[in-house]
Design a protein around this ligand. Structure first.
Ligand code: GDP
Ligand code: GDP
Length: 447
């Protein structure tokens, strides 16, 4: 059997598809956004180019949820209008699954529309063309002339009166990737967990302790195919698939030179797992290898619980040293929760279950776009980015692109300094928790 050929976990579930609305000022983008949301939330302005402070919204139509981004809310600058709108479109293409281009049916197309059309035609993103302000039948002919933009069927709508908006929404949804099956959660089967750590820290002792405490686990749990190297074990009322237990149980005294294979095997287990228990020997000084294993859990994007084992062997003095070591070595993993256990005596092994469940819940947390942007708005207002050579980078809006682990994308004007980015990450954790999970923040900057 090849021990390193491990199937990878499915790629993280992308949460909600993003639809970006682009178009010249005053064509009715905000009115249309309001129409789609079915409420008066986006502020409609008669003054072209007025900055709105909220730009993205959670929307749904026919039971399908998506995020609607009103690019009209992006801060305009001194550039020419056509260029501004082309940039707006470029950003929309970069972040959205589909682009909704709005043109004004009463005015027809202008040069600034042509600029955006060129950008959109070049992209591979699906585009839906809305011809707005078609308030009655008479103006509908105007809409069909928009076929010549080369963006497919023009959808005549009246954002103001609601005319045609149902057909438009159907067309938008048709362009989006198919929704994940609703019972995905139920079909997923038991959570996958890996016990990792360097040799002799007590991995197999912990596994034995947990396996002994379990009730008998039925073999054919729904949705499971258990790999021969894996085991189903119940912890705190939850059945988990323990990854690569054969590698833990078989006390392979790995001769030197096999260390490379041991670390490959550990990496393989981390990749297959959703959550990892990193076992450390609390009675001995922490080592680089301990830190390396936790780093690889973080970099692989898995949830993490740290178990300080062999607690029964620690005295007061050792614990004093340990807390100093933890402060120095484990500080980068302060987001993970920890348990102080003894696999031998069973001390606090019962605390592992709740810690695992908390870590997994954090790992799969989704923050709604509305909540996230309200939070970002507060940060930007209270702690604006410092001005650098006359420019002030700004977070325009953000969206959570993925869960498992939570991954955020911030759209900015200008590059954020690393220090400011760390500050935002810290505030994100303070605001939303995320105990036990890595959090990724990506920045897409518009210069
Ligand atoms: P944005 O700058 O593209 O977001 O445009 P707004 O949504 O702020 O709308 C600009 C102006 O067009 C406002 O005065 C709206 O009331 C008006 N408007 C928007 N949609 C329609 C429509 O379907 N019909 C008519 N007649 N006016 C509209
Ligand atoms: P592994 O290589 O990480 O799987 O470690 P093992 O489970 O084989 O444990 C290595 C040694 O540490 C064995 O002699 C265990 O009996 C001992 N050990 C494991 N856990 C504890 C503990 O909590 N307390 C004490 N005193 N010894 C432990």
């Amino acid at each position: 059997m090849t021990e390193t050929a491990v199937p990878a976990v499915p790629t993280p579930t992308r949460t909600l598809p993003v639809v970006a609305v682009v178009g010249r000022p005053n064509v009715g983008k905000s009115t249309l956004v309001n129409r789609i949301l079915g409420r008066r939330e986006a502020v409609v302005q008669d003054v072209p180019g007025v900055t709105r402070d909220r730009v993205s919204y959670d929307a749904d139509w026919n039971g399908r949820s998506f995020v609607l981004v009103d690019t009209g809310g992006w801060a305009p600058d001194a550039k020419g209008l056509a260029q501004q709108i082309a940039e707006q479109a470029e950003m929309a293409i970069a972040m959205a699954d589909a682009v909704l281009l709005v043109v004004d049916g009463t005015v027809g197309t202008l040069d600034s529309d042509q600029a955006v059309v060129r950008v959109l035609r070049k992209s591979k993103k699906p585009v839906v063309l809305a011809v707005n302000k078609v308030d009655d039948q008479r103006t509908e002919a105007e809409a069909s002339s928009m076929w010549n933009l080369g963006l497919g069927e023009p959808y005549p709508v009246s954002a103001l009166h609601g005319r045609g908006s149902g057909d438009l929404l159907d067309a938008i949804l048709d362009t989006l990737p198919p929704a994940p099956p609703i019972d995905y959660e139920a079909e997923r089967g038991p959570r996958r967990i890996a016990i990792v750590g360097k040799p002799n820290v007590g991995k197999s002792s912990l596994l034995n302790k947990l396996a002994k405490q379990q009730r008998v686990v039925v073999d054919n749990v729904a949705g499971t195919t258990v790999d021969p190297v894996d085991e189903l074990v119940e912890v705190d009322g939850q059945t988990y698939t323990f990854i690569d237990t054969a590698g833990i149980r078989r006390r392979v005294k790995e001769a030197s030179g096999h260390e490379y294979y041991a670390s490959l095997r550990t990496q393989g287990a981390i990749e297959r797992a959703e959550v990892c228990v990193a076992v450390l020997d609390a009675s001995q000084p922490l080592t680089e290898q301990d830190v390396r294993i936790m780093t690889s859990v973080e970099e692989t994007g898995r949830a993490l619980v740290i178990a300080y084992n062999k607690w029964d062997l620690t005295d007061e003095e050792r614990r004093k040293y340990l807390s100093r070591e933890v402060e120095q070595e484990v500080a980068p993993f302060a987001w993970a929760s920890h348990v102080n256990i003894s696999a031998m005596t069973g001390r606090h092994v019962d605390r592992l279950g709740p810690a695992l469940q908390e870590a997994l819940a954090s790992w799969e947390t989704r923050i709604s776009t509305g909540k996230l942007n309200a939070f970002l708005g507060r940060i930007v207002a209270a702690h604006p980015h410092p001005v650098r050579s006359g420019k002030q980078p700004r977070i325009l809006f953000g969206t959570q692109a993925q869960t498992s682990p939570p991954t955020f994308v911030l759209f900015t004007s200008g590059q954020l300094e690393p220090g400011y980015l760390r500050f935002v990450e810290r505030r994100l954790r303070e605001e939303f928790g995320f105990v036990g999970t890595p959090v990724h923040v990506e920045v897409r900057a518009r210069e």
